[in-house]
Unconditional design. Structure first.
Length: 285
């Protein structure tokens, strides 16, 4: 397995911030969190501080361990300057293939030759990004789940030219930060969880569009009948309808599925994106 000392996460949104925090909590690695958007790193640090404070209050962490974890995260707004320091780089920018390609181009030019380059994309297979870095054997997907500090799973996806060493190192890294990896040996759009989730969510929206049941009753049926902790419509609102809509559009362009349901397109056009806007399939105070 390739030895890792410093891990860099590109993108200090919710996912990137929590990947950085979970990595820091392991106490094993130096962590660099990079974001070029003004104010985003300060926002990320405040969010992580809030998560740590809550864990201390509930007795899951000592105050000393929480302070030590946060101190291990080095903030940077300079992607080019930070890249050569890292042994593992996890891209966690917005779920947009052009944005991700731009990051991988920079990483390919400036990362050390044996650094592993991973994407946290929830649906975009690594082969669509790896060639922009010029080192496909060192690239893979490492798809963590939101919220990272709670959800155990990480899907590690092998690309067509990903090396065995890259896969083994990625799997061991996930275990080392107290998460559970699963390996997908042949890349496919959406990986495992999202293929199953998208199928269920799409069927729920078709039932709603057809007038067969309300969103509330469909959610209740799935929760009580399938023992899901959250129904599909509340889960869509939690994840962000714009994210789901964009992923469904991408899937359709690749010939992997139908166009997004009309009800989803209409909500996105109206700016009803779920929890983050206060309204989605449901209204939130």
């Amino acid at each position: 397995m390739h030895e890792l000392k410093r891990v860099m996460i590109v993108g200090a949104g919710t996912m990137g911030s929590q990947i950085a925090l979970q990595t820091a909590l392991s106490g094993r690695y130096g962590v660099t969190l990079v974001d070029t958007v003004a104010g985003q790193l300060d926002k990320s640090r405040a969010q992580n501080q809030k998560l740590l404070d809550r864990s201390v209050e509930k007795g899951r962490l000592t105050k000393e361990k929480a302070e030590h974890a946060l101190s291990r995260i080095k903030d940077s707004s300079d992607l080019v300057a930070s890249t050569p320091e890292a042994d593992l780089i996890i891209e966690a920018v917005i779920e947009n293939i052009d944005a991700k390609k731009s990051v991988f181009e920079v990483l390919g030019k400036h990362a050390k030759i044996d650094a592993i380059l991973a994407s946290n994309s929830s649906t975009i297979a690594i082969s669509r990004l790896a060639d922009f870095a010029g080192r496909p054997e060192r690239c893979c997907n490492m798809h963590f789940f939101h919220p990272v500090t709670v959800m155990q799973l990480c899907e590690v996806v092998r690309g067509p030219r990903t090396s065995d060493d890259t896969v083994q190192t990625a799997m061991e890294f996930v275990r080392s930060i107290d998460r559970t990896p699963v390996l997908i040996n042949k890349e496919i759009w959406g990986f495992i969880v999202n293929r199953i989730l998208f199928a269920a969510s799409e069927e729920a929206m078709r039932l709603l569009e057809g007038g067969y049941a309300s969103a509330e009753d469909i959610d209740i049926a799935v929760q009580k009948g399938l023992n899901w902790p959250m129904g599909p419509f509340h889960l869509l609102d939690f994840s962000g309808l714009d994210v789901f809509y964009g992923a469904m559009q991408d899937r359709h362009r690749l010939g992997e599925g139908l166009e997004p349901p009309e009800v989803l397109r209409r909500l996105v056009d109206e700016g009803r994106l779920g929890h983050k806007t206060g309204k989605g399939f449901f209204d939130y105070d």
